[in-house]
Design a binder for this molecule. Sequence first.
Ligand SMILES: [Zn+2]
Length: 364
Amino acid sequence: MGNKLSYCERRCRICAVSFRVKRIPTPEERDAQRWHARDAAPHNAALQALQRNDGAGYDGSLISEEEMKGINTLRCLLQKPADFVPEEGDQDFERDSSCFLTDVAVHQGPYVYDSGPFNTVRHGVREAKITNDNDNFGGEWGMPFHPACFEIFKRVCLKKLGFVDIDGLWRVRDLRGSFEYSMGGNFPPLSVRQYALDDETWHHKPGTEYLAANPVDIPGFQELLKHLSDSENTSKEQSRQIPSQPHTTITSSESDIFSTLPPELLTEILWNLSAKDIANLRLASRSFRTLPPILFKHLIRTEMPYFWEIDELDPRGTDWAELYTLLRRDWSSSLLGLRNRVRIWHEAEEIAEMIRETNSGLTH
Ligand SMILES: [Zn+2]
């Protein structure tokens, strides 16, 4: 204990992003806040604070306050004490584990090792000490993560392991959470140890704003999905083209061996191909010029497991081709939270794989 990690800002053990990421309000927001502060209480501390330079942070014109909602919140895993008693509200995955989950806290106090007070007291815990380190401090030090990242971890765990393995998450931290392990460099990069290679505070590098975007509650995303699943907005002709390469050379029907196959068989072929293979096939054969809309739903489900909203959409009214195009192309520029979700999903997949390996007795 007492190594370098003790002094670092605390970071989410799933996505590796600090809980103390900041945002600099836009000039318009600062003006509005200034007027509001003047009206509320002239010459008060809030106004003085606004007049000071807030220091480092992401440019507010590149990421909104709403998009960053939850970045400074955490909940954590704690080891159950010997006299632990189950209580109402425990989740199924907590019952048979050696850890339990705290409620949510806002982490903005003066000390990086204090979680901040939890919204509700669970199992007698009002506040906890949190660490980036592995378990050298003992069970009373909590393992912190963003509430949204834990939601993603739960989904990935259920998909990969069939259950939410919080003991596995704790064990992986024990195995891979040390500074010495991080500096060893003999293992693939993993979010649970990435932080150790950075400085003590978060760098607000331009272009990395999406790292601070809430990956679950994404402003505008539900409205967009609703628009795409509104049958009135859905194109009558839903068949779409998967983006393909220019200079298409489609064979004539005489030389197209697929032209003799029944539509059911053509669909069957498509079902077993990736989007890239389908695009190539469409270059080679006119038989695949028109694609069934349901194929795009299939592609979304197989290529984008992180898009769990798919099951909430109207299967008949949704323009699946439009949605596929949106998810493939536009998320990186306009939906910062979705871009971050993709990143965190992959991080959680790696963690789940480590858990699976440790459960199988494989060493790391
Ligand atoms: Zn996180």
